[in-house]
Design a protein around this ligand. Sequence first.
Ligand code: HPA
Length: 242
Amino acid sequence: MATPHIAAQPGDFAPAVLMPGDPKRAERMAQAILDQPKLVTEIRGIPGFTGAYAGDGPHRGKPLSIMASGMGMPSITIYATELFRFFDVERIIRVGTAGGVSDQVDVGDVLIAVGAHTTSSMNELRLPGTHFSAVADLRMAAAALAAADQADQPVFSGCVISSDHFYLKIPDQLEALRRHGVLGVEMEAAGLYGVAAEHGRGALAVLTVSDHLTKTGSDMTAEQRETVFQGALGLAVAAAFA
Ligand code: HPA
């Protein structure tokens, strides 16, 4: 049973799906951490893979899926809705990047987004007259934090802001976000958390800080980005099997 945006059959997805934004990264992740990944969909060049988790540890051999989300809340909410509603997916873990907002975070740090503020109307439309709280699944967030502790890997947990804009930066808004402890800016988490709430399923965003909005000159090279990303991936896997 294909859906408008996913050409897979029932049972093609594992209970947990890791979601990077970039289709090529989804492919590289599948090759790196899945045993015999099967391509189950690629409508619009958005691939989804399912295989057995090939990493070491207690979860080796368990089914796991990896699918790209594309960029922005409209894109991730389409895929997340179809995965939860038609493919019995229970957990989605966004594995992506964020721009650093807080002075405390640096490029290369990993953020566990326990909550996501947003400037988008996507969640406001869900509950008219109510300010929706876009929050991660606590069990999944706790599993990611525990995995970080176990690996002695520093992480930040807190709120991010999910923006509809990549290039529009409003100075006063940025300053207010910083004063309220916002760790970073990205473009998907709040939308994903809204869809998870609607379907009674779990979601989490594990984000690597790829650039910083005010600490200039500290952007990562593509190679550094890939290495740091591996650390974040380990935490996302822990959340997938929480
Ligand atoms: N804005 C939105 N998303 C991002 C950014 C940013 O500055 N950096 C990485 N993802």
